[in-house]
Design a protein around this ligand. Structure first.
Ligand SMILES: Nc1ncnc2c1ncn2[C@@H]1O[C@H](COP(=O)(O)OP(=O)(O)O)[C@@H](O)[C@H]1O
Ligand SMILES: O=P(O)(O)OC[C@H](O)CO
Length: 496
């Protein structure tokens, strides 16, 4: 009987379960969307039990549709939307509040207070992050501040905190283990990425009791076995976990210093492997743990763009200019250029390198001749411009000039976008055969722990190119276009 690795990719808008074979190929995939809650402007929440239900549903679907028996699953790897915060009761498993999603701005006020007290340099130094509502720390504080008696209960050890990896491992193991991996811990604003411990000083500032925090473990290791009643009577090793962007870096086999990938999903996240060095950024990049494996941790520099594919969803659902995200490509190709139109999709502020949570979206350069095609093209181009902003600071901080960029995520199917991206960066863009690199990374991490794969060299040999986009634009045009973008961002930031 063939054996497979099962990856669970718990993303911002959907949960996926994917079976991979030993060649790293997708055997089958099941996917399920779940509800997004927007209780107030700028707030985004999920129901953690609904997420758990969606994960159970996709596991059942993928096995039954692929006609794979639960005994044929050699191990499970988990990857997840990062930073999203759940607090639940240890005894009952009931969450005490909705999961507060990474995109949610409900802790912006807490962040302003912390910054006003001058804490930013301290958090930067210890966590590699900066004080922003994006990260888990202030989200936990918010829940403890707003749910009656929660802080006291947490101090007594009655409540547990977890990012989604922790929540799913706890649920799958029948409440037996409360763990996270280094990559997820590094996104919480509470974990010291140099000493590799929860940091007492930061916990004190945030008012988060240590008793509620999970144990931090390597990204490739057997944490527990599935509780048989959650996995068709079978105990399968849960053998790997990593935040989705770090998992994608692993799935793209970016194992050596200087290799980078960019994922074009809801947002866009570019990570560059910096090996065993935690490189501090001078330009608003995050220093983050890529993974813990083989007895050590390796680091990455990250640029986070909050709005990318979700701008295309906005064209589809908000403006109703297109019927499907894929339609955007044909519209963009119908015109030679945007005719000077720029869309700055700063719907929830701007991340790297600007870190401005007050700025909002803007459109510039409209004329009577502007058409829907120009508008759609300008929105697609904004993904590429934001990526160029990130790449420029990444090269400056790392001192490494990128020779190619590996890409993945839903929006890389768009050939127009990929060609424009290559033109704008003046660097070849490489799209792999397996676009589900996030799930593949989680499968690889778990597979290495259970001996399904032997080494990272074996994995690197499996990476296959689907298409390479070469830069074709001349330097003058590239400079002229990018100067326009910079002007548009400056103008958007001035309008507050
Ligand atoms: N052909 C396309 N062109 C542009 N954007 C696309 C295309 N196909 C999908 N997208 C965008 O990609 C995103 C989905 O990618 P995915 O990697 O599944 O995201 P996530 O994991 O963040 O949920 C959506 O925001 C969608 O608008
Ligand atoms: O779920 P995704 O793919 O939008 O990824 C979310 C990121 O992990 C947020 O940091």
């Amino acid at each position: 009987m063939n054996q497979y690795m099962l990856a669970i990719d718990q993303g911002t808008t959907s949960s996926r379960a994917i079976l991979f074979n030993q060649k790293g190929e997708i055997v089958h995939m099941a996917q399920k969307e779940f509800t997004q809650y927007f209780p107030q402007p700028g707030w985004v929440e999920h129901n953690a039990n609904e997420i758990w239900g969606s994960v159970l549903a996709v596991i059942a679907s993928v096995l039954s549709e692929a006609q794979v028996k639960p005994e044929q699953v050699a191990g499970i790897g988990i990857t997840n939307q990062r930073e999203t915060t759940v607090v639940w009761e240890k005894d009952t498993g009931n969450p005490i509040y909705n999961a507060i999603v990474w995109q949610s701005r409900q802790t912006a006020g807490i962040c302003d207070e912390l910054k006003a007290k001058g804490y930013d340099p301290l958090f930067r130094k210890k966590t590699g992050l900066l004080i922003d509502a994006y990260f888990s720390g202030t989200k936990v504080k918010w829940i403890l501040d707003h749910v009656d008696g929660a802080r006291e209960r947490a101090e007594r050890g009655e409540l547990l905190f977890g990012t989604i990896d922790t929540w799913l491992i706890w649920k799958l193991s029948g409440g037996r283990v409360h763990v996270t991996d280094y990559s997820n811990a590094s996104r919480t604003l509470m974990f010291n990425i140099h000493t590799l411990e929860w940091d007492d000083e930061l916990l004190d500032i945030l008012g988060v009791p240590k008793a509620m925090l999970p144990e931090v473990r390597p990204s490739s290791e057997v944490y527990a076995k599935t509780a048989p009643y959650h996995f068709f009577g079978v105990e399968v090793p849960i053998a790997g976990a990593a935040g989705d962007q770090q998992a994608a870096l692993f799935g793209q086999a970016c194992f050596t210093e200087g290799m980078a990938k960019n994922t074009y999903g809801t947002g866009c996240f570019m990570l560059m492997n910096t090996g065993e060095k935690a490189v501090a950024s001078k330009h608003g990049l995050l220093t983050t743990i890529a993974w813990g494996i083989d007895g050590k941790v390796e680091y990455a520099l990250e640029g986070s763009i909050f709005v990318a594919g979700s701008a295309i969803q906005w064209l589809r659902d908000g403006l109703r200019m297109i019927k499907t995200a894929a339609d955007s490509e044909a519209y963009a190709e119908k015109v030679e250029s945007t005719d000077g139109v720029y869309v700055v999709p700063a719907f929830i502020g701007l991340g790297t390198p600007y870190w401005d949570s007050e700025v909002r979206g803007a459109v510039f350069g409209l004329t009577r001749g502007t058409t829907k095609e120009h508008f759609i093209r300008a929105t697609l181009e904004s993904l590429a411009y934001q990526t160029k902003d990130v790449l420029a600071v990444m090269e400056a901080d790392s001192g490494i000039s990128l020779t190619t960029l590996r890409v993945d995520g839903g929006a890389v199917k768009n050939n127009f976008l990929m060609q424009f991206q290559s033109d704008l960066l003046a660097v070849p863009v490489e799209r792999p055969v397996v676009n589900e690199t996030t799930a593949l990374g989680a499968a690889y991490l778990a597979g290495l722990a259970v001996g399904y794969w032997n080494s990272r060299d074996d994995i690197a040999a499996q990476w296959q190119l689907e298409r390479r986009f070469e830069p074709k634009m001349d330097d003058d045009k590239r400079t002229m276009l990018y100067d326009g973008w910079k002007k548009a961002v400056r103008a958007a930031m001035a309008f507050k």
